[in-house]
Design a protein around this ligand. Structure first.
Ligand code: ZN
Length: 274
């Protein structure tokens, strides 16, 4: 008998939750597939509870990774995360999470706090007061894989300091904008006091996962409840489909070039360019 147990834990990546009639308006700021209706999000949270899942925190996940505690690893666990700090996270996602007694981690872009469509410091403080960790999604949403060493440290360190100062809460996790990083990232993140990072790599967390490169599965607004269920249950058919779609996007990016790809992306989704 082995001492450790194999496990797969999904980290769900959400962006925004909003009432049906506001989806078009919010869609000016982020792609439509990132925006779930309140009803859709509530149904997913209900599904998690009905099916015996508990939402664990990122520090708990790291503990499972390091000690491989079999009982904890065997339980049905999921990590819920939100990127970008949109206002609907406070107005709509928070009440639904509270209703189902689930917790989520909110990654915020510090220079956008308090801007139209984004949460204010007071709203972030309310998240923390309700047991929802607020962590860093950098200062400016820069592509860290293309940042100079000085900019990399600024994005990591300054965002951590400001969130800790304003909210009096420890910041130990970073979510990488667009999943971008290079070979300098891990050492810089460790140096700045982070214990882990979330990427946009599509996979589930298992025993081999590096804490600084935690993969996530993005919850697309087009998924129905059965697709959501497959995703949370770490079904390999779900993953295969997602990885194939990601490969196609990468190929397209290479063929048309990064710049044209980004332009086309903003055009297709009618997002204001930043
Ligand atoms: Zn982002």
């Amino acid at each position: 008998m082995t001492m450790t147990t194999a496990f797969s834990i999904p980290i769900l990546m959400y962006h925004e939750v909003t009432p049906e009639q506001q989806i078009v308006e919010v869609g000016k700021k982020t792609q439509r597939t990132f925006i779930l209706s309140c009803e859709q999000f509530a149904k997913q949270m209900q599904w998690l509870v009905d099916n015996g899942f508990s939402a664990i925190s990122l520090p708990t996940l790291l503990q499972i990774l390091s000690d491989g505690h079999p009982l904890r690893a065997e339980k049905k666990s999921v990590v819920i995360t939100f990127d970008d700090g949109f206002a609907g996270n406070y107005f709509h996602a928070l009440p639904i999470l509270k209703q189902f007694q689930l917790t989520a981690t909110f990654f915020v872009i510090v220079t956008r706090i308090g801007q139209p469509f984004y949460m204010s410091w007071a709203q972030l403080a309310a998240l923390v007061a309700n047991g929802m960790p607020v962590q860093s999604h950098t200062m400016t949403h820069a592509l860290l894989g293309q940042a100079t060493p000085a900019d990399l440290v600024y994005e990591l360190k300054e965002s951590k300091c400001q969130i800790e100062q304003h909210l009096q809460t420890p910041v130990h996790f970073i979510s990488l904008p667009h999943g971008s990083y290079d070979g300098n990232f891990k050492a810089a993140a460790q140096e700045c006091g982070y214990s882990g990072g979330c990427t946009s790599e599509i996979a589930y967390v298992d025993r081999q996962t590096d804490a600084y490169f935690l993969p996530r599965v993005c919850v697309n607004s087009q998924y129905d409840l059965s697709t959501f269920a497959k995703m949370v249950q770490c079904r390999s058919d779900f993953l295969k489909q997602q990885v194939a779609a990601r490969k196609f996007k990468r190929w397209l990016r290479r063929v048309v070039g990064e710049r044209n790809y980004n332009r086309a992306y903003h055009f297709i989704y009618s997002i204001e360019e930043k």
